[in-house]
Design a protein around this ligand. Structure first.
Ligand SMILES: Nc1nc2c(ncn2[C@@H]2O[C@H](COP(=O)(O)OP(=O)(O)OP(=O)(O)O)[C@@H](O)[C@H]2O)c(=O)[nH]1
Length: 275
């Protein structure tokens, strides 16, 4: 069944233009379902820099329309950059794929560097683009990329595998990495326990995860990228975050005379409340 608001994987927005490297259009090609990473196309560094500059310099547009009277101003939408981090194999790729493509991928490979997926949603009449940065869990595949994906972040999703206690114990080091990259304290963060469909293999009890989440002032979601009927829906998790970001208003638009769009941070509130 086609997903109503599905976006092609790996769509890169470059200051008003939509650039595609695979899976162009609304239907993913067979190649796209095998989840090639940006790096597999040899574009990791450059693409991440382009993506960053698009976030720094502009909002996305749905494409300028050329007509007899010239170019019409493109429709703008806010982009929220959400990074998804956690140990290798916890299901970051599957979660982002589930949200953006509307299904569980046929197969995945370890992410090299960073991939991103994007989906446009409408919230209270505003079109918003949710850009999910799926980062490599394996140290050797991520170190060259780290500084790229921590820039201009609007929210962080920490993921652990409910069937793997070690992935839960790694969470403090992921939180520490965020601190080291000077992520602002008021950036929304959520904690996601994945693979709850594997009931008989669960190692991380909910109450333990809840205590950790409370200690770090994060809401906890337990979900399955594989089985959408299990516990918290992946869809609901990311939409909740998008609503939070929208009401948080982390960015404001201003449009100087030369039509360049500049993002300006809003003054930060003293505290963040997720209640
Ligand atoms: N049963 C079950 N398996 C899952 C789920 N999510 C992911 N998996 C499986 O877990 C494995 C790892 O998933 P990935 O999404 O590639 O993990 P990752 O965190 O992106 O891994 P890296 O790219 O190495 O950081 C794959 O075999 C998936 O099929 C889930 O919700 N339930």
């Amino acid at each position: 069944m086609p997903h109503p608001q599905r976006q092609a994987e790996g769509t890169c927005l470059l200051s008003g233009a939509t650039k595609r490297y695979i899976g162009a259009g609304t239907d993913l090609t067979p190649e796209a379902t095998s989840l090639p990473s940006l790096s597999s196309l040899g574009r990791v560094g450059g693409m991440a820099e382009e993506m960053e500059s698009s976030l720094e310099a502009s909002f996305s547009s749905s494409g300028a329309v050329s007509g007899a009277s010239g170019f019409l101003p493109p429709a703008r939408s806010r982009i929220f950059k959400i990074i998804v981090i956690g140990d290798s194999n916890v299901g970051k790729t599957c979660l982002t794929y589930r949200f953006c493509a509307g299904r569980f991928p046929d197969r995945t490979e370890a992410t090299i560097g960073v991939d991103f997926r994007e989906r446009a949603v409408e919230i209270d009449g505003e079109r918003i683009k949710i850009q999910l940065w799926d980062t490599a869990g394996q140290e050797r595949f991520r170190k060259s990329m780290v500084q790229h994906y921590y820039r201009n972040v609007h929210a962080v999703v920490f993921v652990y595998d409910m069937t793997n206690m070690a992935s839960f114990h790694s969470l403090p080091s992921w939180i520490e990495e965020c601190k080291q990259h000077l992520l602002a304290n008021d950036i929304p963060r959520i904690l996601v326990g994945n693979k709850c469909d594997l009931r008989s293999a669960i190692q991380v009890p909910t109450d333990l995860a809840q205590k950790f989440a409370d200690t770090h002032s994060m809401p906890l979601f337990e979900t399955s990228a594989k089985n959408p009927n299990d516990n918290d829906h992946v869809e609901a998790i990311f939409m909740t975050l998008a609503h939070k970001l929208k009401s948080h208003k982390p960015l404001m638009l201003s449009q100087p005379p030369d039509n360049e769009i500049i993002l300006k941070p809003e003054p930060k509130p003293a505290t963040t409340c997720w209640c």
